[in-house]
Design a protein around this ligand. Structure first.
Ligand code: CTP
Ligand code: MG
Length: 726
């Protein structure tokens, strides 16, 4: 507890991570003056930057690889989404790119964006073997990130990122104004990358934010190096996604900056650091390339909300930084503050690095020290990718064994795929058949249900009536007709003429009256019993009719079931219900997933087959140019975010047949030839081919298909027909 700073509350670890910020917060940081930076330091920084441009700028091979990848993705996505175009933006479009830069692409739709576009893109990318795919559907602009499997070039594809296309154009125009603008932007990006403060995803500034900071610093030099490109009376207002933006952008040709600034690139870098470190403008200002100078926080209404970085860092780890911490206005989306992505630690890192660079310059440090990598392991030089590294040490016999193993695996997997696909199709067929019959018999089943529903209550009612009848009969003891007879007898006796010689005694008369009333009561009860009996009989008839319909209905259903079983005997143990059909659907779905996995595995094996075949060919027929091909160790190349392998789309360049013919004749072939060879089924398939009338007809057809843009392409190429979805 007592280790924490009394003033800032920083722990020893925090003080060690942000020593300059900590001093600044305690009021003990003494920042140097810009004038105190020696000529020698400025010169060294200038030289360092020039050298860096040569080593860190993308090589022509990398640029070619990016262009190839872009073309491949463009073809693939535009074929899938007919009302969209794939466009480049960001550094690869503006030219403000280092080797580490990514490929920013925008899928721009002309009309409505179809539902689940990102998911569909995701599927397509998987089919084309892209790696590390991450979808960010809820980002400000939906985005999908991935790496090309072969070249490792990182790619971002965003959907309808219209403003980004415009701000890329703005940056392009800035860099066309003066070479120093492009150079300083690259130097700043390089410094920020090496010092680990250039990654929006981890809570520091994005490359784009650093670019704007660099441009603003050059707008603020005296005289300015960078112009204000968004000035002018005539405004260009454009509606984007229902909102109107001022996209005014001056033409570079018409710009003459007078007087001209003559500062060297070294001076401009030093000034960049000083403008943001020593002056720390963020307290009251917002960086605004649009206006060419800082604008006040007040004018934008962008107060630094709490918690501020130095307080937020003391709170829970997940505490979010208050809005507008180090505010940078987007040149077109004026409500967008690029510091929105900063996290507390990231904001402190940015400040620390600016202070640190400033102090380093004052104490005469060299460029190499200023841009010393904070995490050197991320910038390690790596050997150039050797496609045959593992095979070089193997004997011909061992390689032959590998080829055999690979062939066996492909055959086995092929068979497995066929079986899986058949099983899946069987499940789909069963589900369809079952569902079809279920549909057909749905009226019958409804009728059956209605009939069955009446049986039970009717039977209960019958039981009740029966019980009622029997109870009465038991109590009364005489049937109704007999009661009627007796009643009429007694009545006659009571009401008939009296025989004067046989006048009944009073007692007898009383008995007869009692008997008469008793018979009347019995009559009433017996009538009830008879009614109950008749109701029972009526219900019995109904019940019998219902059972008859039931049997007919079942017979009818059985007829459908028999027809179904004749068509699909496998369904014999199943009832005609949806849950059974769903079981088939589920099974088919599961099998689909397994098939997808197997398909990928098969693709890998086929690629491996191509590689092995090529190696067999190369090692048995050494080429005079062997030292030049990809297989040789390049040494000393740096691993970059974009990788170092050359990218060549499988359909560009020479046709597989040409390469195959060349390889078969023993001629040497280039790296890209080798790539085409690997992707066109390997070497074995090549050597066996002869140009026949049929094959030339096929070639002719292929040519026509190519002309229509129906070329076979990478990824999908290796799918076996059996594995394709129905
Ligand atoms: N962009 C944006 N708003 C952001 C971040 C980026 O509009 N908050 C757009 C800009 O058009 C920018 C592009 O996305 O040019 C690419 O961003 P990013 O990759 O950060 O910049 P790059 O200049 O491409 O940097 P790098 O070379 O490192 O890829
Ligand atoms: Mg980029």
């Amino acid at each position: 507890m007592s280790d924490e700073c009394k003033v800032t509350g920083f722990t020893p670890q925090q003080m060690a991570r942000w020593p300059h910020v900590h001093k600044h917060l305690t009021g003990t940081l003494e920042l140097p003056n810009l004038e105190s930076i020696s000529e020698e330091v400025i010169l060294n920084i200038g030289e360092g930057i020039e050298a860096m441009l040569k080593t860190e700028g993308p090589t022509s091979k990398q640029l070619k690889a990016r262009a190839g990848l872009f073309q491949h993705l463009k073809r693939t996505l535009e074929r899938r989404f007919k009302n969209a175009t794939l466009q480049q933006f960001g550094s690869s479009e503006s030219g403000l790119t280092l080797q580490a830069g990514d490929l920013d692409l925008c899928l721009q739709f002309k009309g409505d964006v179809p539902a689940k576009t990102l998911r569909q893109v995701n599927r397509l990318l998987k089919q084309h073997d892209m790696e590390d795919i991450v979808m960010l559907p809820r980002a400000k602009v939906p985005i999908i990130k991935f790496k090309d499997e072969r070249t490792k070039i990182p790619v971002d594809i965003s959907i309808n990122n219209t403003l980004a296309l415009h701000n890329t154009e703005l940056l392009k125009r800035f860099s066309a104004c003066d070479d120093r603008i492009r150079t300083l932007i690259l130097a700043v990006k390089h410094w920020a990358l090496r010092r680990d403060v250039c990654d929006a995803a981890s809570g520091t500034f994005s490359s784009y934010a650093w670019t704007l900071l660099a441009v603003q610093s050059m707008q603020r030099t005296n005289p300015p190096v960078a112009p204000i490109l968004q000035a002018g009376k005539e405004r260009t207002m454009v509606e984007v996604e229902g909102q109107t933006y001022d996209l005014t952008m001056g033409e570079v040709d018409s710009l003459v900056l007078d007087p001209k600034n003559n500062q060297s690139i070294g001076e401009l870098f030093v000034e960049f650091i000083f403008q943001y470190a020593a002056a720390w403008p963020f307290k009251d200002n917002v960086v605004s390339v649009r206006t060419g100078d800082f604008v006040t926080r007040k004018s934008k209404g962008w107060k630094y909300a709490t918690p501020r970085a130095e307080k937020a860092i003391l709170m829970e780890k997940k505490t979010r930084l208050g809005l507008h911490s180090l505010p940078i206005e987007d040149p077109f989306d004026l409500n967008h503050d690029l510091s929105r992505v900063l996290r507390p630690a990231g904001a402190l890192d940015v400040q620390e690095e600016l202070f640190k660079a400033c102090m380093a310059m004052a104490s005469g440090e060299r460029w190499g020290t200023i841009v010393d990598a904070k995490h050197p392991d991320r910038f390690l030089p790596v050997e150039e990718f050797d496609l045959f590294a593992d095979l070089r040490t193997q004997s011909a016999v061992e390689v032959a064994a590998l080829v055999k193993e690979n062939t066996t695996s492909i055959e086995a997997l092929d068979e497995r795929m066929t079986a899986l696909t058949e099983e899946r199709q069987h499940n789909i067929k069963m589900s369809r058949a079952l569902r079809g019959t279920i549909e057909e018999t749905s009226d019958l089943r409804n009728e059956l249900r209605t009939i069955v529903r009446t049986l039970r209550p009717r039977s209960q009612k019958m039981d009740e009536l029966q019980k009622q009848r029997d109870e009465i009969n038991k109590r009364v003891g005489l049937p109704l007709y007999r009661i009627n007879e007796l009643l009429s007898d007694v009545y006659l006796q009571l009401t008939g003429e009296i025989d004067l010689f046989q006048v009944p005694s009073l007692r007898r008369e009383e008995d007869q009256f009692a008997w008469f009333f008793e018979l009347q009561a019995m009559h009433q009860e017996a009538t009830k019993a008879q009614d109950a009996h008749q109701a029972f009989i009526a219900l019995l008839k109904e019940q019998k009719a219902a059972v008859r319909s039931l049997k007919e209905n079942e017979k009818e259903q059985q007829k459908h079931k028999t027809e179904l079983l004749e068509a699909e005997p496998m369904l014999k143990d199943l009832d005609l219900n949806f849950s059974d059909a769903m079981q088939f659907d589920k099974k088919a779905h599961k099998l689909m997933k397994v098939i997808d996995q197997r398909r990928q595995e098969l693709r890998r094996l086929r690629r491996e087959k191509g590689r092995l075949d090529a190696w067999v060919r190369i090692s048995s027929n050494p080429s005079p140019h062997k030292g030049n091909h990809r297989g040789q160790k390049g040494g000393g190349k740096k691993r970059t975010k974009s990788g170092s392998a050359d990218w060549k789309p499988r359909n560009n360049g020479p046709r597989p047949e040409e390469v195959q013919a060349r390889a078969a004749s023993g001629e040497t072939f280039s790296l890209s030839d080798l790539d085409i060879l690997l992707n066109s089924g390997g070497f074995n398939s090549v050597t066996q081919k002869k140009t026949t009338a049929k094959s030339s007809r096929r070639q002719e057809r292929k040519k026509k298909a190519n002309a229509r843009g129906l070329t076979a392409h990478r990824g999908v190429r290796s799918q076996s027909k059996k594995g394709q979805k129905d």
